[in-house]
Design a protein. Structure first.
Length: 293
């Protein structure tokens, strides 16, 4: 069934990242196991849509969200498109499939005041300097969590006020560094240089190893929980905050698109709908009845 060829196709021809390929592999192999257990079917070429529909029902009964189910079906669809591409299949069993409806959730960004307050929470040791820089780089550059983790020492171009970022589908882009961020990078590097490490990664642990996704998530959650009452506190919220604050302060949407590494303007336009906190604040400040209160 050419599964290994499919994974090679994703990584080499489509230029997907290793994490994306792993996600596709997990989804397809989960479906393969479902077919084997539920229908005693080992050949995915013989799958029909009713079987896929049963899988969707099974996933729903396991309380997976519509968004997650749609992602799994998308992985499977990509696999069947590949089989058509190599002439192993004439048509996809998913050709008439309709995606599950997903209720769009509004992610409320941190306020500018919350971002400023969190700066005062960090300690002055290596971990404090590193964690402050993690938060500041996420907010000041709008990079994704995985992009931040994979920054190398030689990707930080201080003389040029730039950082080189490896984004989705291994696309490189240059992101500008503000002066305040440069200062914090220099502070961090003084501490980093004292740690014996052979790692080329920019962000490391106290043991000299490359940091992981859970560390970044934990840093953002722990520190922002001290200054914010928001339920959702994650690296992705900081990315939203970056885009929202840039838009609120008059930045050009096309510039934000390039900095964030979006492939289309449609992805960036989502942030034009996240001005709710500012709208509410402006309303309270300027509406006559609110002012009288």
């Amino acid at each position: 069934m050419h599964l290994s060829n499919f994974y090679d196709y994703l990584s080499k021809e489509k230029n997907y990242s290793s994490n994306t390929v792993i996600a596709y592999k997990k989804d397809v192999e989960t479906f393969q196991e479902f077919c084997r257990v539920k229908f005693e079917l080992n050949n995915l070429l013989k799958v029909t849509y009713p079987i896929i529909r049963e899988w969707v029902i099974d996933l729903s009964e396991k309380e997976l969200s519509p968004l997650t189910i749609n992602r799994k079906i998308s992985s499977l669809s990509k696999y069947y498109d590949f089989l058509i591409k190599i002439n192993d299949l004439k048509s996809s069993p998913l050709k008439n499939h309709k995606r599950l409806k997903v209720q769009k959730k509004l992610i409320i960004p941190f306020s500018e005041d919350e971002v400023l307050k969190v700066v005062d929470v960090f300690s002055k040791n290596f971990e404090g300097k590193r964690n402050l820089l993690i938060v500041d780089m996420l907010y000041s550059t709008g990079v994704r969590r995985d992009e931040l983790i994979n920054i190398k020492l030689n990707d930080v171009l201080l003389d040029e006020n730039l950082v080189k970022v490896l984004g989705k589908r291994n696309k490189e882009r240059l992101v500008p560094l503000v002066l305040n961020l440069k200062s914090r990078i220099n502070d961090y590097l003084k501490f980093r240089n004292e740690i014996k490490s052979s790692s080329s990664s920019f962000f490391i642990t106290t043991k000299g190893k490359k940091i992981g996704p859970s560390l970044v998530y934990r840093v953002v959650k722990n520190y922002f929980s001290k200054v914010s009452t928001k339920v959702k506190t994650s690296p992705h919220v900081l990315r939203h905050s970056f885009a929202t604050h840039m838009l609120n302060n008059g930045a050009d949407i096309n510039s934000i698109k390039e900095i964030m590494g979006h492939s289309s303007l449609a992805s960036t336009q989502i942030y034009t709908k996240i001005k709710l906190p500012k709208i509410i604040n402006d309303y309270k400040k300027n509406h006559p009845r609110e002012r009288k209160k």
